[in-house]
Design a protein around this ligand. Structure first.
Ligand code: NDP
Length: 285
C-alpha cells in the first residue's frame, strides 16, 4: 500500500472526465496511485500548493479552470510550454520541489496530427479566442508548420497582446489580430485551411461562434470545446463539408502526456479512451 496520489485542482471539478481516464490508466498498468479531483477555491490555492509540496506521497497534479494562470508563481519552477503559454496544467515533483508544466499544446498537436492523418499542415489558420487554450493551440500550430495565423477575440486588445507575444517568439510567422465581427470572421474562415475554435462558447450548447457560411469542403476544423455528443460547431462544419473534431482528443492526449511525465511510462491510450467515453456517457445522463 503506497498511498501515492495525483490531484486535479480546479473549481468546480466534479464534472471533469480526467479522474475516470487517469485512474483507468494507473489501474491498467498496476501502479498503486489514486487520482483524485480536489475542489479548491481560489482563496485556498496557496495553502493547498504548500500542503502538496510538504506531502511526498503526492506525485503531482493536474490544474484546471480557474487556476491555470494563477498557480505558476506558487510553484518552484516552470518549464517548457508552461513558460511559453503562461499557464500550468500539469505539476510534477522533483524531490521537495513542484514543477509546473503544460501538456495542452502537446494534446492539441496530437489531435491536429490525427485529423490531418499524414496530409500537409494548412498554411493559414484562423484561431478564435486568445485565452489559455488558444495559446496552447497556437504554440502547437507553430511547431506544426503553419505560416500565417489570424487571431480573433471578442476583446480585440487581448488578441493584439497575444499577436505581439507570438511575433516575439516566432518572428518568421505572419500573425495578425482580427476583430470579432461575424462578416469578417466568415471571410477569414473561408480562406483559412484550418479553423480552431478556442473560446468558452458552446460549452453548454448555446450560440455558435461561426455561422455555416464560414465552412467549406477541404477545410480542417478543431473545436477545443468538448461536450458529450458532437458540439454544434463540429456538426455545422461537417455539414458544410469540412473535416472537424471536437476537444475530446486534445483532452485525452494532454492527459496522456501528463501521465507520461508523472510515471515515465507510455500512456495506455486505448484504455484511457475507453474510460473517457464510458464516463462521458454517464455524465451525459
Ligand atoms: P480562458 O478563460 O483563458 O479564455 C476564454 C476565451 O473565451 C477568451 O478568448 C474569451 O474572450 C472567450 N470568450 C468567453 N466568453 C465569450 C463570449 N461570450 N463570446 C466570445 N468569446 C468569449 O479559457 P481557456 O482558454 O482555458 O478555455 C477555453 C475553452 O477551451 C474552454 O471551453 C475550455 O473548456 C476549452 N479547453 C479545452 C481543452 C481540451 O483539452 N480539449 C484544454 C483547455 C481548454 P475574451 O478575452 O474577449 O473574454
Amino acid at each position: 500500500m503506497s498511498g501515492r496520489r495525483i490531484l486535479l485542482l480546479g473549481h468546480p471539478v466534479e464534472h471533469s472526465l480526467s479522474p475516470a481516464f487517469q485512474q483507468a490508466a494507473f489501474d491498467s498498468i498496476g501502479l498503486p496511485v489514486k487520482y483524485e479531483a480536489m475542489d479548491v477555491a481560489p482563496a485556498d490555492l496557496a495553502r493547498v500548493v504548500a500542503e502538496l509540496r510538504a506531502d511526498p506521497l503526492v506525485m503531482g497534479a493536474n490544474v484546471t479552470v480557474p487556476h491555470k494562470e494563477k498557480i505558476g508563481p506558487l510553484l518552484d519552477s516552470l518549464i517548457d510550454d508552461a513558460v511559453q503559454i503562461g499557464a500550468v496544467n500539469t505539476i510534477t515533483r522533483a524531490g521537495s520541489r513542484l514543477v509546473g508544466r503544460n501538456t495542452d499544446a502537446a494534446g492539441f498537436r496530437g489531435a491536429l496530427d490525427g485529423l490531418l492523418d499524414g496530409r500537409r499542415t494548412p498554411r493559414h489558420a484562423l484561431v478564435l479566442g486568445a485565452g489559455g487554450a488558444a495559446k496552447a493551440a497556437i504554440s502547437a500550430l507553430v511547431t506544426a508548420g503553419v505560416a500565417q495565423i489570424s487571431i480573433a477575440n471578442r476583446h480585440l486588445a487581448r488578441a493584439e497582446r497575444l499577436v505581439a507575444e507570438v511575433r516575439k517568439a516566432s518572428p518568421h510567422l505572419t500573425v495578425r489580430a482580427a476583430p470579432w465581427h461575424e462578416g469578417l470572421l466568415v471571410e477569414e474562415a473561408q480562406i483559412a485551411g484550418l479553423v480552431v475554435h478556442a473560446t468558452t462558447l458552446g460549452l453548454n450548447g448555446g450560440a455558435l461562434p461561426l455561422p455555416a457560411a464560414a465552412f467549406r469542403a477541404g477545410q480542417f476544423v478543431i473545436d477545443v470545446v468538448y461536450a458529450p455528443g458532437e458540439t454544434a460547431l463540429v456538426r455545422t462544419a461537417r455539414a458544410a463539408g469540412a473535416e472537424a473534431i471536437d476537444g475530446r482528443e486534445m483532452l485525452l492526449l494532454q492527459g496522456a502526456a501528463a501521465f507520461e511525465l508523472w510515471t515515465g511510462r507510455p500512456a495506455p491510450i486505448a484504455v484511457m479512451r475507453e474510460a473517457f467515453d464510458t464516463a462521458a456517457k454517464q455524465n451525459a445522463k
